[in-house]
Every structure is written in C-alpha cells, then in structure tokens.
Design a protein around this ligand. Structure first.
Ligand SMILES: [Fe+2]
Ligand SMILES: [Fe+2]
Length: 182
C-alpha cells in the first residue's frame, strides 16, 4: 500500500491502516442509515418521502457491504455503534422536524464530509487493495449524488444553513476521527 512497501518505525502497518478504514467506514454507513431512518420517521409520508427512501436504500447497501468486510477481514467494529445508533437517528429526526430544507441541509453537510473522507482513503489505497478502493469510489459517487439531491431540494434555503452545515460537518469529522480508533 505504501509506495515503497517499507514500514518505518512509528508507521502503522498497511494492514492496521486498512483495518481502521473498514472500521470507520462501517461506522459511518451505520450512522448514515440511522440519519435517514430518523428523517423518514418525520418526513416519510411527505412529498420528500420517496427521495429519502432512495437514499436510505443506498445507505443500506453501503452498510451491508462494510458489515461483510468487517466479518470477512475480522475487523473489530467500533465500540461506538450504540452511540451512532442514537446520535444518527437524533440528527436525522431533529433536522427533519425543522423542515425538509433543514433535512436536506443535513444531507449536504454529512455527504460533503463523507466525500472528503472517502477521497482521502482512496488516495492511500494501492493496487493490492484495488477491490476496497473500487468499493469506496462507487460509494463516494453515490454520496455525491445524495449531496446533489440535497442541493436540488433547497438545502441552502434552510434557515441558518451555513452555521448548521458547518456544525454538522465538524461533528462528522469528530465522529470519523474517533471511530477509526475506538
Ligand atoms: Fe453511504
Ligand atoms: Fe450517503
């Protein structure tokens, strides 16, 4: 995975790094599924219900794929899944209760953070992990589709959009950092 194949003292090994990638991606897709479940609980019967169900269905596939990778490659899942279970759902439900635009603003913020996260991972994966890299790139394209759906559905017109998006994005980055390790 590293360009030279050499592991220097203090480096995490390639195997440990890939394990961290799978752990955090599994956590993130778990949280994403919970966000959309929270949004659907509030907005599922409304005019945006089908759009939300479409994104939710893709998150289910992402989560299933990383769940299989966790099992197949014997990765320890993050211990924070119970937290993401509650926090993801709460984020979805609260933003949805603020209105469809706020719900879409949440999607834009989360998916921007995930796009950056997946890009950074993909850049660190070489040919020996091309299958994982392809998976990440496929999912990244779908996360960008979700972001675009949010923008098309007036995310930026949500009250306090800039502050809300910045707070949610910062929260995602913290969640990513801790889920890699814990
Ligand atoms: Fe996803
Ligand atoms: Fe997504």
């Amino acid at each position: 995975m590293t360009k030279t194949g050499m592991i220097l003292p203090g480096d995490v090994s390639d195997a440990a790094r890939v394990e961290r990638f799978i752990r955090v991606d599994h956590a993130g897709e778990y949280g994403a599924k919970r966000i959309y479940q929270g949004q659907l609980a509030v907005l599922g019967r409304g005019p945006k219900g089908d759009i939300l169900r479409h994104m939710q269905a893709q998150e289910e596939v992402h989560l299933r794929t990383f769940s299989e990778l966790v099992a197949r490659r014997r990765v320890r899942p993050t211990m924070l899944l119970p937290l993401w279970h509650v926090a993801g759902y709460a984020l979805g439900a609260v933003t949805a209760a603020m209105g469809t635009r706020a719900a879409m603003a949440c999607t834009v913020a989360v998916e921007e953070a995930i796009d950056e996260h997946y890009s950074a991972q993909s850049a660190q994966l070489g040919e020996d992990e091309s299958e994982l890299r392809d998976t990440i790139e496929t999912f990244r394209a779908e996360e960008l589709e979700h972001r675009d759906i949010g923008l098309e559905n007036e995310a930026e017109l949500a009250p306090g959009y800039r502050v809300m998006a910045a707070v949610i994005k910062a929260g995602c980055k913290v969640a990513i950092a801790v889920s890699e390790r814990v």
